[in-house]
Ligand binder design. Structure first.
Ligand code: COA
Length: 161
């Protein structure tokens, strides 16, 4: 059976990410969730919080593990001996972006295949930035983020200390 990684910044995890990792965990022997220590994106949640929120949201999944990484995603995949990189495809520009990333990743390491899962209908328009924007402007985000992290995330999302 094949092992996979599911990389991302997850700032924070959304129901869109949860849908993808749940479906990935049914296909692959083990899914290594790889939380990227982003240098390009300034994150609202620190690395420990992002890992913890992903863990909390996926306690019901037995064949996944969550850890942080730095550097190239294909190098992380190699380290954990995963042959597949799972990505979610939403409506619009995701396809072009994912195609470019998959081709570049294969140039760097042609042993790692990218497998894209089509995001479920309700998650087609969700992104972590949108969640942060809505919450920061006082909107309700409980339909966009996993229930298990809602209490923990909501104060920070609303800009409260
Ligand atoms: N449902 C809901 N939202 C989704 C989603 C899904 N299925 N898939 C992606 N998103 C959201 C993400 O939350 C993110 O939102 P944000 O931009 O508002 O934060 C946005 O869509 C883009 O997602 P993604 O492309 O996964 O970006 P990311 O920052 O989460 O992760 C990495 C990108 C880390 C995987 C990529 O930059 C990487 O591999 N970096 C490491 C360095 C490297 O190897 N570079 C070479 C790559 S070619």
């Amino acid at each position: 059976m094949t092992k996979a990684i599911f990389p991302g910044t997850f700032d924070p995890i959304t129901k869109g990410h949860l849908d993808i990792v749940e479906r990935g965990s049914e296909i692959f022997e083990h899914v290594y969730v790889a939380v990227y220590e982003s240098t390009e994106k300034e994150t609202l949640f620190d690395m420990n919080e992002r890992v913890e929120m992903f863990n909390l949201s996926t306690q019901h999944l037995k064949n996944i593990s969550v850890s942080s990484y730095k550097g190239l995603t294909v190098d992380f995949a190699k380290k954990v001996e995963a042959k597949v990189m799972i990505r979610g495809l939403r409506i619009g520009q995701d396809f072009e972006y994912e195609r470019g990333m998959a081709l570049v990743n294969r140039e760097i390491n042609n042993n790692i295949e990218t497998v894209c899962l089509i995001s479920a209908m309700p998650n087609q328009f969700i992104s972590s930035s949108r969640v942060k924007e809505i919450a920061g402007l006082g909107g309700e985000v409980n339909s966009f983020i996993p229930e298990k992290i809602y209490q923990q995330a909501k104060n920070k999302l609303k800009g409260e200390k």
